[in-house]
Design a protein around this ligand. Structure first.
Ligand code: DER
Length: 236
């Protein structure tokens, strides 16, 4: 899996990180670690400008940028689609490049940064690819704690067969608390036709107290690392 992630991540950087880029978003998770690994090498080789700055999508992403000694900026230092590109992982990808994200509970900032860039590129290993979203993963929904029970009922009314409050497990007694101080509900739906993903995203977003869903519908390219170490690209 590491070989697959590294192959996809390194190739995405080599294909897309242009020397003239000024601002690059860095997503969350284990695959983007290899994106930063390649970026650091290119920076050391002088192949990307030392003026290029990097924007995180949460604490893990921020730590990754700082550990690589890359110039860090916050999203609020940019306006509109101020970023040239964002590289990010995904938990499930369908044939239209719709994604389920939020396995790392960072989907609010990932979507904020992703929508602030001219291009959003996904890097993942082949285990993330499905015919339809929800074949393998539930949809993470970030919610304000006060609205928890109302949103659980609302999601079930929207068709969720199961809605689980994400627990801290062995890492924290009680629910996972996001970088924004909220809870994550993992809502299981039947596999979604690619054309229905946008509508479900909007329906969930309308629920009072929902901060953000893990449904992403705007990736244009995905680099998929196969377990044999090769990689392939998926296009919208
Ligand atoms: O939370 C996310 O959306 C992250 O991008 C993450 O879940 C991707 O998974 P990875 O660790 O397999 O890259």
């Amino acid at each position: 899996i590491v070989v697959a992630k590294r192959a996809a991540a390194h190739r995405a950087i080599m294909d897309h990180l242009k020397p003239e880029f000024k601002a690059v978003g860095i997503g969350s998770g284990s695959t983007v670690v290899f994106c930063v690994e390649r970026i650091k090498q290119l920076m050391e080789e002088g192949k990307i400008s030392k003026d290029t700055v990097f924007v995180p999508t949460g604490y893990q992403s921020k730590d990754l940028i700082l550990a690589a000694q890359l110039p860090l900026r916050e999203i609020n230092q940019f306006s509109g689609a101020g970023l040239d590109i964002v590289f990010d992982g995904a938990d499930e990808i369908d044939e239209d490049l719709n994604c389920i994200k939020g396995g790392g509970a960072c989907q609010f900032q990932e979507k904020l940064v992703g929508l602030s860039a001219k291009k959003f590129v996904i890097v993942a290993d082949e285990t993330k690819v499905s015919t339809k979203l929800c074949e393998k993963r539930a949809i993470p929904v970030e919610v304000m704690p006060q609205a928890l029970n109302k949103i659980i009922a609302d999601l079930k009314r929207l068709g969720a067969s199961e809605v689980i409050l994400r627990d801290g497990g062995h890492c924290k007694a009680g629910p996972v608390i996001t970088d924004n101080g909220n809870f994550i509900l993992d809502a299981r739906f039947v596999p979604l036709l690619p054309d229905s993903v946008c509508q479900l995203d909007q329906q969930i977003k309308l629920l009072t107290g929902v901060v953000e869903t893990g449904l992403f519908t705007y990736a244009k390219e995905a680099y998929i690392g196969d377990l044999d170490g090769s990689f392939r690209m998926l296009y919208d």
